[in-house]
Design a protein around this ligand. Structure first.
Ligand SMILES: CC(C)(COP(=O)(O)OP(=O)(O)OC[C@H]1O[C@@H](n2cnc3c(N)ncnc32)[C@H](O)[C@@H]1OP(=O)(O)O)[C@@H](O)C(=O)NCCC(=O)NCCS
Length: 364
């Protein structure tokens, strides 16, 4: 029997650096209401959104992804040529091929490393993190960049008051590398094809081309809301159980920023201790698809709410419907303190002193 050689497994992987990019153009709820029949009060009450950021023409997905990635590399103390793989999660890169990840690898000076895109909508960052973790732990790759980037504003119908106020743009990135112990926990992920029709495009690309009309996002909000509040609370419980953590060992809870009322409902189901810091970046950023989780973590860093080894439970969900989540122990804040779209920022309040982080189990 021929036995083929295998890569040598490593004891663990870790997030070594994180970065994010927020577009420059701020759209308030009042501005949004120029286009749709709604009100600032309705949008705040039903979603928690106060404003969102939309990319200017020069803030392409590639440009935003490259900025977020460079910040993550700086945080990790690495350069692009030290990367061994690039994964980009996006659903708004409007070319089917080539993959955006290949262009990003070129922009970062990565050399001839593997680079590929994944389509997992708002769960894309957690899907990418799961892939990177598995590839690093198995010894297949060394340092892997995971980037989530979307310009949902390109696909938003400004006459559709069931979606226009929700979606926004941005990018976030993480560098994953080898670690002497596991610092990224087991992923819990899945899909629910029966919910497929709830979120999609008004036209596929071929129809958009042949009809000369843009393809927009469409969503049946209520079933998505109901699904998210129950299924995502259940997924979060499983992520916690699989990570071996008890709720009092959790520092940060970062759910996909889809709607503050979904987050509130999950919290009612989960009964997390008050000590857990819950991400609420939707107020400033809206729903930024796959980048919502790294953007929310970046906001927590900038607020001084992340200490070295902080246990962070992430859970993303979106069109498919698909979902994914895991716990990761976060790296120390970068020094000097960072400012958004500059590099890591002045804490609004001091981070708690570092304590010995819990050990996460391997994915079986
Ligand atoms: C989209 C969403 C905010 C809508 O909130 P909702 O509470 O479900 O609102 P409904 O669709 O039930 O509409 C409630 C009322 O507000 C009205 N309404 C709908 N959109 C409105 C708007 N933009 N402004 C003002 N009123 C609006 C409706 O006409 C309805 O009026 P009625 O009671 O007189 O019939 C909510 O369903 C949601 O967040 N869904 C999940 C979205 C999500 O997680 N997406 C994930 C994508 S990754």
């Amino acid at each position: 029997m021929i036995a083929l050689p295998q890569s040598s497994p490593r004891p663990g992987s870790a997030i070594l650096g994180l970065g994010a990019y927020e577009p420059s153009r701020v759209i308030s709820n009042d501005q949004m209401c120029q286009w749709i029949d709604s009100s600032d009060e309705w949008i705040r009450q039903r979603t928690g959104i106060v404003e969102r950021r939309w990319a200017e023409p020069h803030e392409t997905i590639l440009a935003m992804a490259a900025s977020a990635a460079q910040r993550a590399l700086d945080h990790a103390g690495l350069t692009g040529d030290q990367l061994d793989g690039v994964i980009v999660a996006t659903v708004t890169h409007l070319e089917q091929t080539p993959a955006l990840a290949v262009r990003l690898a070129g922009a970062l000076g990565c050399g001839p490393c593997p680079a590929w895109d994944i389509s997992a909508a708002c769960a894309g960052f957690c899907y990418g993190l799961a892939q990177a973790d598995a590839l690093v732990r198995s010894g297949v790759l060394g340092h892997v960049l995971v980037v989530a980037g979307d310009r949902l504003s390109d696909m938003t119908d400004l006459t559709d008051r069931s979606t226009a106020f929700l979606f926004a743009d941005g990018a976030g990135a993480a560098v994953v590398g080898p670690s002497p112990s596991p610092r990224i926990g087991p992923v819990v992920w899945g899909s629910d094809p029966a919910q497929g029709p709830t979120i999609g495009q008004t036209l596929d690309w071929a129809e958009a081309v042949s009809q000369g009309r843009p393809a927009h996002l469409r969503m049946d909000g209520q079933p998505v809301f109901r699904w998210a509040t129950t299924a995502m609370a259940d997924a979060t419980r499983r992520i916690m159980a699989d990570s071996g953590l008890t709720p009092d060992q959790l520092d940060l809870f970062v759910p996909h920023q889809a709607n503050n009322r979904i987050t509130d409902s999950m919290l009612r189901h989960l009964r997390l201790p008050e000590s857990v810091q819950v991400a609420r970046s939707i107020q400033r950023l809206g729903n930024t698809s796959a980048s919502s989780i790294p953007l929310a973590i970046d906001q927590l860093y900038r607020a001084g709410q992340v200490k070295e080894g902080a246990t962070c439970l992430m859970v993303g969900f979106g069109a498919g419907l698909v979902y994914a989540g895991q716990v990761a122990l976060l790296p120390a804040p970068a020094t000097p303190a960072r400012d958004q779209n500059q590099s890591p920022a002045a804490p609004e309040r001091p981070a708690a002193p570092a304590t010995e982080p819990p050990t996460l189990p391997h994915q079986q």
